[in-house]
Design a protein around this ligand. Structure first.
Ligand SMILES: Cc1cc2nc3c(=O)[nH]c(=O)nc-3n(C[C@H](O)[C@H](O)[C@H](O)COP(=O)(O)O)c2cc1C
Length: 185
């Protein structure tokens, strides 16, 4: 449904949720995939991560805290997100400040993931060069034997929550593109 600017919900997060649901319903292949841009000592960088939901109005994603993005966020806690759903031709841009989620929340999410993903997170030193694929596979196999039951939450792995300071909604329509911008108070 095209958006009538005058009828956009007052709460931009409601509009975000509406567009997100619409994208999923319209068959967007991975509606939760979003670009995360950070900056640090080596300059700006961007990559895809998976949106894991809104928690108290914050956009949550999970990663390795020692990865490039993790090191960037330790340097400056400001970051930006971009969602683009080509099926609905909607883009949402968000920027704000980022904090780590609680260890309890990271633990709960970590253990909700498939065992293979948990072992990979434990084995991987994200963003660092690995000698070969077989070295990484060997590490995963060792950890699999070492932790036959529960895989421990890696110290350097967990969630971040981005609190939006600015959100832009962009809609591409046959009769021209327009945008709604919202600044948080
Ligand atoms: C669709 C897609 C989803 C991804 N989701 C995540 C994610 O949720 N968390 C993550 O750490 N990396 C994810 N990645 C990998 C990142 O894009 C990136 O390669 C990795 O995190 C290392 O980034 P960095 O070196 O800039 O920290 C995803 C990649 C793609 C293509």
């Amino acid at each position: 449904m095209p958006l009538d600017e005058s009828r956009a919900p007052d709460d931009p997060l409601r509009l975000f949720q509406r567009w997100y649901r619409e994208a999923a319903k319209a068959g967007a292949p991975q509606p939760e995939a979003m670009t995360l841009a950070t900056s640090g000592a080596a300059g700006p960088s961007a990559r895809m991560v998976l949106f894991k939901g809104l928690e108290g109005g914050d956009f949550v994603f999970y990663t390795n805290y020692e990865s490039r993005k993790g090191r960037d966020l330790a340097t400056t806690n400001r970051a930006a997100l971009v969602f683009y759903w080509s099926v609905t031709r909607h883009q949402v841009r968000v920027s704000g400040t980022v904090r780590k989620v609680s260890r309890a929340a990271s633990l709960a999410y970590f253990h909700s993931r498939p065992r293979g993903a948990q072992l990979s997170a434990l084995a991987s030193r994200q963003s660092r060069v690995v000698a070969s694929r077989s070295v990484l596979e060997g590490t995963v196999a060792d950890l699999d034997r070492r932790y036959p039951d529960e895989v421990p939450l890696p110290a350097d792995w967990g969630g971040y929550a981005l609190r939006p300071r600015w959100i832009e909604f962009w809609e591409n329509r046959a009769d021209g593109a327009w945008r709604v911008e919202r600044l948080s108070p």
